[in-house]
Design a protein around this ligand. Structure first.
Ligand code: SF4
Length: 360
């Protein structure tokens, strides 16, 4: 397939669906790690087309959703500081912290600006030399190279008023943590297409090698996803487990060297706290010592009280794939996109938001 129309071709889709139905007699738990896949699966009605034996589990691939409550409280604490401008992706605004949210703080007068990319936060810092501008660094290997480029730019320009609060995550350690968890049963991974552009398909090799679970790097069009599911099913049927790339038009085995080089110049691996998954060693990125002057964690005296998640919210279990939004008693009643109780309902990539928008 070469042109985008072909990835939506109903005749080709029916052919793949026929093959999937023929070869999927036993129940299989397939985890779509990435929130963009979750949304695409819903948007194209793929759950309804596929046989019931295929059980989709939504994984921890939505950056807003996996950000820990403590990190959210830290972001909110920063926004309340004198002469600070917080620059953030819009999805973070509504996420409830322990007591308040960035959106509520903004309504109360805090200077919080929504940006569409990290470079905008640098521009804000240059336009406001009398203010301290803090970029809220969330996301996986897709966005972190862009943030690394901003830090290098700020370093080169000797900027004194630009900072990053890092809450970056790495995908593969989280997948491994899920495989180590006794309460999750995963038969195959639909691996995230965007992250894989940076890290390359080879990065997933530890999953099939150590856990015997197939991994297929998938694109986001309907036929991409159907074809990827068929590839997973074929591996399971032939008792194979390996990494395959369906999204070959974009992803290569070794990834993007330029992005990897940016990451390794600016960041080093560190433990990170994930909502639902807890602390996972080596699953986050922190700024290297050389860039301490841009590290908001080190440059601001961030004091927060005890962080607590809303006990009625099941986002943690949903991110592990052990609950579905419909298992949460608040879903669609007290908790809606207008009045979210947890990040999975806030984010455009959140599982609860996907179920709410398309699940009906
Ligand atoms: S429906 Fe709302 S309260 Fe329930 S798990 Fe999702 S975000 Fe949390």
């Amino acid at each position: 397939m070469k042109y985008i129309d072909e990835f939506n071709n109903p005749v080709l889709a029916k052919n793949i669906l026929r093959k999937i139905r023929k070869n999927s007699s036993r129940r299989m738990n397939i985890m779509e790690v990435c929130g963009t896949h979750t949304m695409a699966i819903f948007r194209h009605g793929l759950r309804e087309m596929l046989p019931e034996s295929i059980n989709f589990l939504s994984g921890p691939g939505c950056p807003v959703c996996v950000t820990s409550q403590k990190d959210i409280d830290r972001m909110i604490a920063l926004a309340g500081m004198k002469d600070v401008i917080v620059a953030t992706f819009g999805d973070m605004l509504k996420v409830p912290g322990t007591l308040t949210s960035l959106e509520k703080e903004r309504a109360g007068g805090a200077d919080i600006r929504v940006v569409y990319g990290p470079a905008e936060s640098l521009a804000i810092a240059r336009e406001n030399p009398g203010k301290k501008v803090v970029f809220i660094g969330i996301g996986f290997e897709t966005t972190s190279p862009l943030i690394a480029a901003c830090v290098l730019d700020a370093f080169k320009s000797k900027m004194k008023n630009y900072f990053v609060l890092t809450s970056h995550k790495l995908v593969v350690p989280a997948m491994q943590a899920l495989m180590e968890s006794e309460d999750v049963k995963i038969d195959g991974f639909l691996c995230p297409g965007h992250v894989s552009i940076t890290i390359g398909a080879d990065a997933y090799k530890p999953i099939p090698e150590k856990y015997g679970v197939p991994c297929v790097v998938s694109g986001f069009e309907p036929l991409d996803i159907l074809q990827s599911i068929y590839m997973i099913i074929n591996q399971i049927r032939s008792s194979e487990s390996k990494v395959e790339t369906q999204y070959k038009r974009v992803v290569c085995d070794k990834g993007n060297k330029v992005s990897q080089e940016l990451l390794s110049r600016v960041f080093e691996e560190a433990g990170a706290e994930w909502r639902g998954l807890g602390n996972i060693p080596g699953s986050g990125l922190k700024l290297k010592k050389k860039y301490d002057s841009f590290n908001a964690e080190k440059q601001f005296n961030l004091k927060i009280g005890e962080s607590r998640e809303n006990p009625a919210c099941s986002c943690g279990e949903i991110l592990k794939g052990i609950k579905k939004p419909s298992d949460c008693r608040l879903f669609g009643k007290a908790c809606t996109p207008e009045n979210p109780y947890g990040p999975c309902m806030v984010s455009t990539e959140g599982t609860c938001a996907a179920y709410y928008k398309y699940g009906k």
